[in-house]
Design a protein around this ligand. Structure first.
Ligand code: ADP
Ligand code: MG
Length: 465
């Protein structure tokens, strides 16, 4: 129900007032829990002159995906009521920079605006969400964390150079090393800090070769004060990239610039990596992160629950901490899923729901589905050359295959839109959204597409679980 002086009000062009009106209408249509969880955190940012697009900010990628999936219709209906037919919400996510803008200066020169001259002229790629305060200390990460703290006090000036952090998935490597980057920038805002994963490093290197800019590429990284490369194991088998990285490493190390690396295994176990690199990786400190013990798991759960503003009884946290033991991302995922399950079905968070959620997580875990695996299967089924799918080509059958592979990657992996875009030749996250929407549309209209997707899904699950 809209009140009569609404049009008076929204003529103010004030995004907050407009969003408040939307919230009123939304509140009548959802439970209080849903409202508090999914709608209150949305922040109005801007409204365009024609008043057709209200821009709002969401706290995370997960949020966007959830809202898009479950409340799209309600949101559209509401915004049409308040602003008129044709109006829409535009989303932005608070901490994820657009991929285009995260490109270093030499690739993206025309995008660097003049007013930023005094600041960093490139994206650090650091997610501000990762800091030391919200990284729970435990026996399992003690050494790595202590080294991280020491380095951020005095980057390049400790004997921990390089710092090599290794351990299994979801144990906090990325969190910790990005935490170092964020902390250094707080203390030394003038320092040039950059974070990237080694597969992005490789993609950029290949692009630099293609555009004859290898020197620029190499100089860009040699110029950093702090170079953080995540998941360095992806350099295995990529000899040219390893060779270039070797030279960058030497330049930085000789001038006491800080190098921070992560990997899923210890340097000595990185078979297929150049021996020269393996020995350099061991020059500084090698620190592993182990799966967390029970106390650390409980502490992490309590901390995250607080973060989400969730009130969860101790026996439920205990149940989760007892049953999810080897991966912190799963602990976190379990809480989010619990919250989602509760708010979707308007249920209370009780032990029964916790059991169901833990079971769901265990089922997910069995599946080792990656973007690469999905892409190969899609290409094989559609008889498309895998390399073409990453090319710029707009040939119909290739675009189709690419869209299907993007859609399935979004559906079946936990990768962000940004990561998915990167795997398909460095495309923007909005291209991925577009791909997903258009496949969804065909799914409801086109029996062929529906069958194809179903077959592919089964195939992927059977092959990679
Ligand atoms: P990895 O890079 O080792 O695969 P991440 O750094 O991505 O793992 O961690 C997975 C998730 O778990 C992240 O959301 C991270 O914030 C969280 N996490 C990991 N370790 C901790 C910790 N010690 N305290 C709090 N959160 C943690
Ligand atoms: Mg990681």
């Amino acid at each position: 129900m809209l009140n009569s002086d609404l049009h008076e009000k929204i003529s103010t062009n004030n995004p907050s007032i407009i969003w408040k009106e939307c919230l009123k209408a939304i509140k009548e249509n959802v439970t209080l829990m849903t409202f508090n969880t999914w709608f209150l955190p949305i922040k109005p940012v801007d409204i365009d002159l024609e008043k057709t697009t209200l821009k709002v900010q969401l706290p995370s990628q997960f949020f966007w995906e959830w809202i898009d999936e479950h409340y799209n219709t309600l949101i559209n209906k509401t915004i049409h009521e308040v602003l008129g037919p044709g109006a829409k919400l535009a989303y932005m996510i608070s901490s994820e920079p657009d991929i285009d803008e995260s490109r270093p200066e030499y690739i993206n020169k025309n995008k660097v605006s003049a007013k930023e001259e005094t600041k960093q002229t490139f994206e650090t790629n650091l997610n501000p969400r990762y800091n030391f305060d919200n990284f729970i200390k435990g026996e399992s990460n003690q050494l790595a964390r202590a080294a991280a703290v020491a380095i951020s006090e005095n980057p390049g000036g400790t004997s921990f150079n390089p710092l090599f952090v290794y351990g299994g998935v979801g144990l906090g490597k990325t969190h910790l090393v990005q935490g170092i980057g964020n902390q250094i920038l707080q203390k030394y805002p003038e320092k040039k800090v950059i974070y990237l994963s080694s597969d992005i490093f490789t993609v950029e290197f290949v692009e630099a070769i293609q555009s004859n800019k290898v020197n620029d590429f190499s100089n860009f990284y040699r110029n950093m004060d702090v170079l953080i490369i995540d998941d360095i194991q992806f350099l295995i088998g990529k000899e040219k990239t390893q060779d270039l990285f070797f030279h960058i490493f030497n330049t930085l190390h000789q001038s006491s610039k800080q190098i921070i690396l992560t990997s899923d295994k210890a340097p000595k176990d990185m078979k297929g990596l150049d021996e020269r690199l393996i020995s350099r990786f061991q020059w500084g400190l090698t620190a592993d992160i182990q799966p967390p013990d029970y106390e650390t798991r409980m502490a992490i759960l309590k901390n995250k629950a607080d973060d989400y503003g969730m009130m969860i009884a101790g026996d439920i946290l205990d149940y989760i901490a007892t049953n999810i033991v080897s991966n912190i991302r799963e602990l976190e995922g379990c809480l989010i899923k619990l919250l989602a399950n509760a708010s979707l079905n308007s249920k209370n968070i009780d032990i029964e729901l916790a059991r169901k959620t833990v079971r769901e997580i265990a089922t997910d875990r069995k599946v080792n589905i990656t973007i690469e695996n999905i892409t190969s299967l899609v290409c094989e089924s559609l008889k498309i050359d895998e390399n073409k799918i990453r090319d710029k080509t707009r040939k119909k059958e290739i675009v189709f295959a690419r869209q299907i592979a993007m859609f399935l990657s979004k559906d079946l992996t936990k990768s962000s839109l940004k990561t998915i875009g990167l795997h398909f030749g460095g495309r923007d996250h909005s291209t991925v959204i577009h791909a997903c929407t258009s496949v969804e549309e065909s799914l409801s209209k086109d029996l062929y597409v529906k069958e194809l997707i179903e077959n592919l899904r089964d195939k992927i699950k059977n092959n990679f679980s």
